[in-house]
Design a protein around this ligand. Structure first.
Ligand code: URA
Length: 242
């Protein structure tokens, strides 16, 4: 199956070197100035020289691969932040070694204390497909609450809840009660702290929140917290279409 992405058709030579080898753009420029880089067998020292995927680029005689798009599932541990910068917490992307880790962004965030499935990608179109409110890609959560669940809550979630400072009620959500303190929730949107706010609106409090699935893609049970793997081509396609 063909996995399409947003890889540019043309790259500056310094960016190609940085993305393929994990060095910084300034390190890439030093390599170029040291005459360590060739294109089609000829030394190129110009950082802005444009190359395409068909160009034969070499660094100290070794072929430099064109950077491809990446699509990962990560089992997010508590205490990690889904953003590109944080002074307070380590970033989820730091769980993926360089050079790949620094190229990734999250396709949909989880709170610092939430665990479970996070998608990391280099492909902006893919993350848009997963997170766009118009696509309403469903997410599944396992929720543990502080107070015994009121049997009326599933109906309230199904009817949509008006959350404070929100212009519209939430979309209908499905809640299955699993035990007095635990439930599974299917949500077709991703507003700020939405799960916690929905339970708070019903007089309860989320104690533990874990994302089990996004669309048809389930968190791989073989991944321990902090581990990741590449998505299969079928998983990528199913998320693009969901
Ligand atoms: N809703 C929340 O409240 N927190 C999350 O991390 C995800 C959904």
């Amino acid at each position: 199956m063909r996995v399409t992405g947003t890889n540019p058709a043309v790259l500056r030579l310094d960016r190609l070197l940085a993305e393929s080898t994990g060095c910084s753009r300034s390190q890439a420029r030093s390599l170029l100035l040291r005459s360590a880089v060739s294109v089609e067998g000829r030394t190129v020292r110009d950082a802005g020289f444009l190359v395409t995927p068909h160009c034969r680029v070499a660094l100290e005689g070794n072929a430099v691969e064109w950077p491809r798009e990446h699509y990962l599932m990560l089992h997010k541990p508590a205490g990690y932040e889904c953003s590109s910068k944080s002074a307070l917490h380590p970033l989820v992307s730091s769980l993926v070694p360089a050079p790949l880790g620094s190229r990734l962004h999250c396709a949909g965030r989880l709170d610092v204390d939430t665990t479970g499935l996070v998608l990391l990608t280099t492909d902006g179109q893919f993350s848009h497909a997963v997170t766009s409110p118009r696509r309403a890609c469903p997410k599944t959560y396992l929720v543990t609450v502080r107070h015994p669940l009121d049997p009326a809550v599933p109906q309230r979630f199904a009817g949509g809840l008006q959350l404070r400072d929100e212009p519209r009620p939430t979309l209908p959500a499905r809640l299955e009660l699993l035990s007095p303190l635990q439930a599974r929730l299917w949500l077709a949107e991703g507003r700020y702290h939405q799960v916690k706010r929905m339970f708070a609106a019903c007089g309860n409090r989320v104690e533990v929140l874990h994302r089990e699935a996004i669309g048809a893609v389930k968190l791989d049970p073989s991944l321990a917290a902090g581990q990741w793997r590449e998505l299969t081509a079928d998983e990528v396609e199913s998320l693009r279409d969901s």
